[in-house]
Design a protein around this ligand. Structure first.
Ligand SMILES: NC(=O)c1ccc[n+]([C@@H]2O[C@H](COP(=O)([O-])OP(=O)(O)OC[C@H]3O[C@@H](n4cnc5c(N)ncnc54)[C@H](OP(=O)(O)O)[C@@H]3O)[C@@H](O)[C@H]2O)c1
Length: 345
């Protein structure tokens, strides 16, 4: 297999490269960089020394990509809109980790991302890569829009309940926390040690670009359109997302229905682990793995259900899910290169 990674020097790109270095199919991987052409990935990331060759960084060119089976793009949102259409027009299969192709509606994209939308053709052809929920389409897709990290954690927990009409979709509030690697490797004031350490910060309240992505996911499965409340926080840890999601159970539905719906949806899925009611979760139990762990509690006093969902943002929320999608597209064992046991402590 011939694989390319655009944006290989970023956090998701280098995580993907690490996973591909351990993939049983031993793919030939070409790394692309827009700023470090001619250097080696091991210059920046010495942990990869002697794991593979030194990982020369190349400038993206038509010649390089023409014989590739799959190209991953780990570039920022906005960049994918510019650089991917020529690759797609040339027939290359692409998995894009950015948000550019996740929304089918260009007006919605421009409103939330505040950038020009990608060409309509590719916006419509893109297949949303929430692996457990879209396998058939992923298998034959040319372009995968890999889900955002928050939407992965929130959607995997909520979709089974919406599918079985167990909760009132108009009562959903998702409260999420992320480690700093969620913001990528480039420097920002909010990521300075002095600002992030011993601090928890709420950001983009009611304005996060992942809101329409999640509402689209819910609308695809439920009977009504959903408008949700979504809050995001940066917490002083490196990896991890915890989503705490509140909603009201529909009349006559019970916590037993909730557990059954979650178990039924995921009993054949390797990467989603459903825990019994009232199991308290933490991000460290999925750290360094491609798992999403889910549980819930029900408060009889208020009639409110609280769901918990934890992932590693760089794996299940980015590179891990992208590789899972590649395995599905290439008809490989879904767990190939992803049998990662969470690290602790
Ligand atoms: N971090 C996460 O947890 C996470 C989760 C889900 C999705 N994502 C998405 O995945 C993508 C990568 O995220 P990240 O966190 O890995 O970001 P990052 O660490 O900032 O890396 C992005 C990389 O993109 C490359 N790049 C920048 N401008 C480019 C251009 N004009 N053309 C080509 N490449 C360019 C850069 O590498 P070079 O300078 O070497 O080209 C940079 O290292 C983003 O779209 C992000 O939204 C991230």
């Amino acid at each position: 297999m011939e694989i390319g990674i655009i944006g290989a020097t970023g956090y998701s790109g280098v995580e993907l490269y690490r996973l591909l270095c351990g993939h049983p199919e031993k793919p030939a991987v070409t790394l692309f960089s827009s700023s470090k052409e001619g250097q080696y990935i091991t210059d920046e990331y010495p942990q990869l020394t002697e794991i593979t060759n030194k990982g020369m960084l190349h400038k993206l060119s038509a010649d390089h990509i023409k014989k590739m089976d799959i190209v991953f793009s780990c570039a920022p949102s906005g960049v994918s809109t510019e650089i991917l259409p020529p690759l797609l027009d040339a027939g290359i299969r692409v998995i894009d980790l950015a948000g550019d192709y996740r929304l089918k509606d260009s007006v919605l994209y421009e409103k939330w991302y505040k950038k020009p939308a990608p060409p309509e053709r590719w916006l419509h052809e893109a297949v949303y890569g929430l692996s457990e929920w879209n396998k058939e389409k992923i298998q034959s897709a040319q372009l995968i829009a890999n889900p955002g990290c928050y939407p992965t954690a929130v959607s995997l927990a909520l979709l089974p309940l919406l599918k079985h009409n167990l909760i009132d979709p108009l009562t959903i509030i998702a409260d999420a926390k992320s480690g700093l690697s969620g913001a990528g490797a480039s420097l920002a004031k909010s990521a300075h040690y002095a600002q992030a350490n011993e601090n928890t910060v709420i950001y983009k309240m009611n304005q996060h670009q992942h809101i329409p992505e999640m509402e689209k996911n819910f609308a695809s499965i439920g009977k009504t359109d959903v408008t949700m409340t979504f809050s995001t926080h940066l917490v002083p840890m490196t990896r991890g997302i915890m989503a705490t999601i509140y909603s009201e159970l529909e009349p006559g539905k019970s916590p037993q229905n909730v557990l059954r719906a979650l178990q039924e949806c995921y009993e054949k899925e390797h990467f989603v682990r459903v825990h019994p009611e009232n199991t308290m979760l933490g991000t460290k139990q999925v750290y360094g793995s491609n798992y999403c762990d889910i549980s819930f509690s029900f408060d009889e006093r208020t009639g409110r259900l609280t769901l918990y969902s934890v992932i590693d943002n760089l794996l299940k929320g980015a590179a891990g899910q992208a590789l899972h999608n590649m395995n599905i597209m290439m008809d490989l064992d879904e767990t190939a290169g992803l049998q990662l046991i969470p690290q602790f402590p």
